[in-house]
Design a protein around this ligand. Structure first.
Ligand SMILES: C[S@@+](CC[C@H](N)C(=O)[O-])C[C@H]1O[C@@H](n2cnc3c(N)ncnc32)[C@H](O)[C@@H]1O
Length: 383
């Protein structure tokens, strides 16, 4: 029977977490149920390390991953490396400088160390943005993995395919070093855009085309409504809108963990009218009963266009020709973004991390609902 119980003699798998940020990968590993221990995490950003330490009680190795040597890496005796390198070199909004972008260097460097290791990992997991799969860095990665005897399966998956009303398609590479084999060999060397292999018991012949992207809108009816991810609950109806002065009066009964928030705490989440006037047409607006919202990036709250959805706090009849101002748009709170990333309830930011920093760190993180089953699949022993 397939199992994901642990390494040699059922000792926990020894795992290195590169680019650990606020620990999304570690939470996903915990959620996966795999018997594994993060023996070290590596992250250059101070604030991210504060958050990581606050939640896990361990401060990641704070330095440039590029400076790690084969001796350093061999010293950890790790079975698996989990990596979520910076995505800016490959994002559609970025300049797509790819291998020419300094932010890609550390990832390329660490791949180049692989043939020099006395104790290379037997498993590797890489997360990145869609677009990475056509990059030069990706081509170099596959070349290095091939050279060091790894077999790969690649995925592009979104939380929408896991019942979460959140569109965040991401690229994932799962690699196992021979003689370890993949769980289901027939998917080797494929780019898979369906979660089906993760949940199949047998290695059966696929009867659906998993190599082309399905229309993800078809999945929406099976997603939970956004309301279930909100900590600030909307007023029960929008009838107070007409009597309110749009500039100053905000819905009074928004609640936070059951308590009515004071106006100052609430105000910071409402979108200023000046922004609505200027950027309204570019805003992605969702309602509490919507079953989809857009990817939150690290620029959410700093910029409006393409950085994540805004929530209408007033549920008017959508057929009405409502002006955007009447919808009382607000930002999702950091906790709500964390909920959509499927972070556990006990995840917290330390007090000194300000609102913008919270959004930036969350925007860099990942969907635990997607990564946990992928990790379980990677660590599962087919024998
Ligand atoms: C895409 S984010 C990964 C976030 C992480 N998975 C999480 O759950 O928060 C990339 C991270 O790599 C860090 N980073 C970028 N270049 C680095 C380097 N050369 N050495 C160490 N960390 C680096 C960034 O500070 C950022 O936190």
């Amino acid at each position: 029977m397939a199992k994901a119980s642990g390494g040699v003699g059922n000792e926990p798998w020894r795992v290195l977490e590169f680019y650990s940020g606020i620990g999304g990968m570690r939470y996903a590993l915990m959620k996966s149920g795999v018997n594994a221990e993060v023996v070290e995490a590596f992250e250059i950003n101070d604030r991210a390390n504060d958050v990581y330490e606050h939640n896990f009680g361990h401060r990641p190795f704070q330095g440039n991953i590029q400076s790690l040597t084969p001796t350093d890496l061999d010293g950890y005796g790790a079975d698996a490396w989990l990596l979520s390198p910076p995505c800016q070199p490959y994002t559609r909004q970025g300049l797509q400088k790819d291998t020419g972008d300094a932010r890609a260097f550390s990832f390329l460097q660490i791949l180049e160390l692989m043939p020099l290791l006395k104790h290379p990992p037997s498993m590797l997991f890489v997360e990145n943005v869609v677009g990475f799969e056509t990059s030069d860095t990706h081509a170099t990665m596959l070349e290095m993995l091939e050279k060091t005897n790894f077999i790969t399966q690649e995925f592009i998956l979104s939380p929408l395919q896991f019942g979460i009303p959140y569109s965040r398609p991401r690229y994932f590479c799962l690699a196992k070093r021979r003689p370890s084999s993949s769980v289901k060999e027939r998917w080797n060397n494929m780019l898979i855009q369906s979660p089906r292999p993760l949940f199949e018991i047998e290695d059966t012949v696929p009867d659906e085309d998993v190599s082309s992207r399905k229309d993800w809108d078809m999945l929406l009816p099976s997603c939970q409504p956004i309301e279930q991810f909100l900590e600030l609950k909307n007023p029960s109806n929008g009838t107070d809108v007409e009597s309110a002065s749009l500039d100053t009066d905000l819905p009074r009964d928004l609640k936070h963990n059951g308590e009515v928030l004071n106006k100052a705490s609430l105000d910071q989440y409402f979108v200023p009218l000046s922004l609505i006037e200027r950027w309204g047409s570019a805003m992605d607006i969702v309602y509490s009963d919507s079953k989809r919202c857009c990817c939150f990036t690290k620029s959410y709250y700093r910029y409006v266009k393409g950085t994540g959805s805004l929530l209408a706090t007033v549920q008017l009849d959508k057929k009405d020709k409502t002006s955007l101002k009447e919808l009382r748009l607000r930002y999702f709170t950091p906790r709500e973004v964390a909920n959509l990333h499927s972070f556990p309830e006990d995840f917290q930011f330390p007090q000194h991390i300000n609102l913008r920093q919270r959004y930036a760190l969350l925007g860099n993180s990942l969907s635990i609902a997607v990564v946990a089953p992928l990790l379980r699949y990677l660590f599962t022993d087919p024998s």
